[in-house]
Design a protein around this ligand. Sequence first.
Ligand code: HDE
Length: 726
Amino acid sequence: MATPAKTKAKTAGARAGSTPPTNAPPPRPAGPSTEGETFIAPGGETHQQADGPETQLTTNQGVPIADNQNSLKAGVRGPVLLQDFILREKIMHFDHERIPERVVHARGSAAHGFFECLDSCADVTAADFLQRTGERIPVFTRFSTVAGNKGSADLPRDVRGFAVKFYTQQGNFDLVGNNIPVFFIQDAIKFPDLIHAAKQDPDREFPQAQTAHDTFWDFISLTPESMHMIMWAMSDRAIPRSLRMMEGFGVHTFRLINAAGTSTFVKFHWRPKLGSQSVVWDEALKINGADPDFHRRDLWEAIEGGDFPEWEFCLQTFTQEQADGFAFDVLDATKLIPEEDVPLRVVGRMVLDRNPDNFFAETEQVAYCAAHVVPGIDFTNDPLLQGRLFSYQDTQLKRLGSPNFHQIPINQPKCPFHNLQRDGHMQMAVPKGQVNYEPSSLGQDVARESLERGFQAFPNPEAGEQLRLRPETFADHYTQARLFFASQTKPEQDHIVAALVFELSKCVTPRVREAVLSRLIHIDEFLAQSVAEGLGFPGEIVPAPAPIPAQDMTPSPMLSLLAKAQPTLEGRKVGVLVSDGSDDKLLAKLKAAVEAAGARLQIIAPTIYGVTTAGGALLPADHKIDGGPSVLFDAVAILPSDEGGALLALEAAAVNFLRDAYGHLKVIAYLPSAGPLFAKGGITEVGPDDDEGLIDLEASSVDDFVATASTGRVWAREPLVRPPPK
Ligand code: HDE
């Protein structure tokens, strides 16, 4: 047996010859130190963990750790000892780091910000946060896709969730909405069926994050109430350019109640300051490969860069008498109220100005709940909404594992909250005293109810037989679907046709495709025949029974993205492909013009260290060519030197940069030196004379480019690259 002295010497020797006990960080470049980590202590206090070598690493019990690189072993090559509590604690925590993902809306991105009241709504609601003009409260907003799993890509064709937690002084109000104002179904009892049909097939666990498969379309073809939503879901709304460029909707009809107890119906709307914009489908497919985090990154980078996304908060209010006069039932979530009929009242704005500090703690653990309303806001009998009132808390209990999930910092109200609920897993508070019941006469300072200040449900008289029946007033499934299609511009209608053809072409059961056609024919003859043609369907469309045929309504331009698009480049991105010898003066001018328009410019070059410009400067790149395809940008410029143009034409990624920009209808600035790329890309028969989106910077100015790029895509080019339905 070794003597203690010998053992000590051996250990020291082994250490000297193997991995050192601590990982000394590489020397830091000079400059301000990075911010420290923030964590919440069990008592709820927030600590700023100072950065720097003096910060002691500890176990969760606060025991200082000497070596975070090596397990405790019996001898340097010996077995690991069970007594290594540092190893066991670390691995145990790691083993439990995942929680169940959301059953829908699993993939999301969120940000902190504020809501500001711009117009007191005391006339219609007693909601505290809508009383005083200019007053701000904090919000936390999470955007999501619906069908894909947590790790899926950002740009499937899908509805987007738009959930806002308002931390008001009278409790949390969660407006858990979508970027589409209607829904697939009318009754919550169909939600599990809808979602089962949309998500991966249960036997094979694919396809992921897409509705282009038999089970979804089978369900849809048998659920005619979904037809209106299908028009929206197949439109460009389902492939937004940015989370910052989406509208949001509360979908259901809610009630507002004022201080006098009067009820007014309301639909909630969010309108993005940057305007609404979408990508084109081929672009979406490619973005998912080029940058699966496209939306998440875009939101993060905009906020980090100080371009805080902003939305107007609008109310669409109407009375019971107006509701009685509508041709549809306001309790039916498959219907909307055209803005032309009931205009929006702008009452506030939301600005997102801070990224989460920790994705898991905040974005993942945030628990939105459709039942979280505050005094002044109440529900209606919409059967979809009523089902949601149960679902959210129930799912949070499973997902977050304890009835105390409201104590997680992101979920806690920012106003005082007290009650007599006690105990449960992970109780973080330490309630004091003997009294945990009410009424009570024993305790001091026990929380009590208040008739004046408390939430009061609107006393709507309710009576009726118990029955499982849809109202007759929910039966018209086609009129608003037709209204939506008729309200779209030509390119938007073509995209709906193309999307349906794409989706149904992925269905393998012909009966499913034909059943969908038998519904579409009730919406619009041109739509259905164009889809049939796109599928190459050889037969005749047989209309499905439709007890209530579609009525024609006056088109509503507000339902179209393009009809109301405002020219702007703000918040957009311009990609510039360069080579050695590119003209620095032109690049500088272009950058200045792009930035003056509120957009960002990024350099794409053959290597990430960049290029040497004509002036001899080193211009660093933001992307190497194959890592920065043109799908990541709203407009592009191709500005190589003469020699560089010829070299770039040898790179497929550079040729595709141009070809995709052209195919995705982008405005393209170029120099004649880019000629070899145009030749290789087969874009030879068009020039600035026949395509206003091609801008020769030898003949035009960078300002012309910026002005044209601000108008968005070159829709006139589309028929040349994607022949529209006849
Ligand atoms: Fe949801 N929905 N939903 N939903 N929903 C969830 O709650 C549900 C519906 C929406 O960023 C779940 O915490 C039912 C309409 C958003 O965390 C779950 C029905 C609208 C989010 C749930 C609907 C939404 C969810 C899953 C039919 C637009 C993400 C995880 C009655 C108005 C919130 C969770 C976030 C999430 C149930 C229909 C919006 C299972 C039963 C209509 C934005 O509770």
